[in-house]
Design a protein around this ligand. Structure first.
Ligand code: NAD
Length: 513
């Protein structure tokens, strides 16, 4: 297929991303397009290149936002917050519904940009865009329902509570689900009456800019949702900023830990969506075909670059050989290649160093005695344009044990480790024997066992007879070192608001003096 791949990304978008900062409005925005030019000269700013994982080619580069851009973004968000927070929920809802409609309308454009930038198959990017507009639509609905409580007290006195926004929230995203993360953070933040400054990963800066344009078109007030671009330094400036009330972070455990430390300096609210090493537990009475599907969904979506992935696949010993035969055969059939082609089932990993890191985990696993049942090596597509892409074949490691590094550490690539087990008690103990607690999966036809397992597993989400499904209605977030705070579902309101109590005296104050 003769396509000029990077031409598929609108030039205006590349320009918008490359200015290093995007602001829906504010004191220094351009009248048309609402973009802010970095204030410092190019020489003073770090530049960041962005590559297309499938071809290795550079898509664009941008100048990282520094202190001045961060100050501007926070200041204009603060100003916009004053008006936005005073709107009724229904008024905010109307604007967010229009934003959801626009994301739906631009679904294909956003999905193409997302696939070029992340390397994931277009079919998956479309689903990511769906989860993005669904978040905006869902929280648009929630906006009108925010309410406090009335509490009756003695002597006719009473109290009431007010659910109030926090102020300027910062959203910081990982590179694996850029548009989804931007919406899962901004939609509840804005619905609850907050402003947001969002920083996408420097590897995937593009679709957050598309979202900012959409919010602007939908009628979100100027300055309320701003995008700044950059890496660790820019993120750290945002987290330290005195004008920021809350940080919602999605990324790795070490970065989450640093962010929590920074936030502690000025007592900011924090939500952390971090990494995982989730167990997928397959009992012998399960529907085997479905369990195989579950294992594939739990390991190979988005090239395995999914935080919730059930990479420790515990299989009850009496069905081990049947399960392995089926899962290895299916894995070998996975169509790897151009993320933009319909029918591609696995695209390219995010960067060359990340690909090398994943491959080195496979090598280390072999050195520690694991048996490579399939994949685990480079894949070179037939298309010469993709010869420098970061592709690998999905891998299944047999004969694993709980002490192996591939079983203990988050690999964040398409590598499934198989761990046989005998009893329910044993598997619960082994599944929980980790510092992570993001998710788990259980395949069984035994109803009581399913619910016993759901209660026993120390995780934020437990999937029964499915995996990696994240409907917007369900709260999502980790236990243990996988983080705290929730995204999605009505529970999210708690994390983007604060509760004020108002005491009303109806008699005379009872005063001893
Ligand atoms: P990362 O921690 O390297 O970076 C995440 C973001 O933090 C980036 O935008 C980065 O620029 C920024 N950052 C880095 N240092 C910072 C600092 N000191 N202060 C503020 N911001 C800083 O993670 P990544 O490599 O982009 O993403 C992969 C990780 O994200 C994996 O561990 C994965 O499990 C996790 N993840 C978790 C979820 C979830 O919802 N739980 C979802 C997706 C990814």
């Amino acid at each position: 297929m003769e396509i000029l791949r990077t031409r598929l990304i609108p030039a205006a978008l590349l320009r918008a991303a490359s200015t290093g900062a995007f602001q829906v409005s504010g004191p220094l925005n351009y009248r048309h397009g609402g973009r802010v030019q970095p204030l410092a000269s190019d020489e003073e700013r770090a530049r960041q290149q962005v590559h297309e994982p499938a071809s290795g080619r550079m898509i664009c580069d941008f100048i990282c936002s520094g202190q001045q851009e961060v100050d501007l973004a926070v200041q204009s968000a603060k100003e916009a917050y004053v008006t936005w927070s005073r709107l009724s929920g229904l008024e905010r809802s109307r604007i967010l519904l229009e934003a959801a409609r626009l994301i739906r309308e631009q679904r294909e454009d956003i999905a193409i940009v997302e696939s070029i930038n992340t390397g994931k198959p277009i079919s998956e990017s479309r689903i990511d865009v769906d989860t993005a507009w669904q978040a905006v639509e869902y929280f648009a609905g929630v906006a009108g329902t925010l309410a406090g409580q009335h509490i009756q007290l003695s002597g006719g006195s009473f109290a009431y509570t007010r659910r109030e926004p926090l102020g300027v929230c910062v959203g910081i995203g990982a590179w694996n689900y850029p548009i989804q993360i931007a919406c899962w953070k901004s939609a509840p933040a804005l619905a609850c009456g907050n402003a947001m400054v969002f920083k996408p990963s420097p590897l995937t800066p593009l679709t957050a800019v598309m979202l900012a344009e959409i919010y602007s078109q939908a009628g979100v007030p100027n300055g309320l949702f701003n995008v700044v671009q950059g890496a660790e330094e820019t993120g750290s400036l945002l987290c330290r900023h005195k004008g920021v009330a809350k940080i919602s972070f999605t990324g790795s455990v070490p970065t989450g830990s640093k962010i929590m430390e920074t936030a502690a300096e000025s007592i900011k609210h924090v939500t952390l969506e971090l990494g995982g090493k989730s167990p997928l537990i397959i009992f012998s009475e399960c529907d085997l075909e479905n369990a195989v599907k579950g294992a594939l969904l739990a390991n190979f979506l988005s090239q395995g670059e999914v935080c919730t992935n059930g990479t420790r696949v515990f299989v009850q010993r009496d069905i081990l050989s049947k399960f392995l035969k089926k899962v290895v055969a299916k894995t070998k059939e996975i169509k790897i290649g151009d993320p933009l082609l319909e029918g591609t089932q696995m695209g390219a990993l995010i960067t060359r160093p990340h690909l090398d890191r994943v491959l080195s985990y496979v090598k280390q696993a072999k050195d520690q005695g694991a048996n490579v049942l399939c994949g685990g090596d480079l894949f070179v597509p037939a298309d010469p344009k993709l010869k420098d892409g970061y592709f690998m074949k999905p891998c299944i490691l047999g004969d694993c044990s709980d002490e192996m590094i591939c079983v203990k550490e988050e690999i964040f690539g398409p590598v499934m480790s198989i761990l046989p087990f005998d009893t329910e008690d044993e598997v619960v103990q082994r599944a929980n024997n980790t510092n992570f607690g993001l998710a788990a999966g259980v395949f069984t036809r035994d109803l009581t066992r399913a619910h016993r397992m759901a209660a026993a597993l120390e995780v934020g989400t437990c999937f029964i007879n499915n995996y990696n499904v994240t409907p917007i209605e369900i709260p999502f977030g980790g236990y243990k070192m996988s983080g705290f705070g929730k995204e999605n579902g009505i529970a999210t309101v708690e994390y983007y608001t604060q509760l004020k109590s108002v005491y009303v005296e109806m008699g005379d104050p009872d005063c001893p003096y």
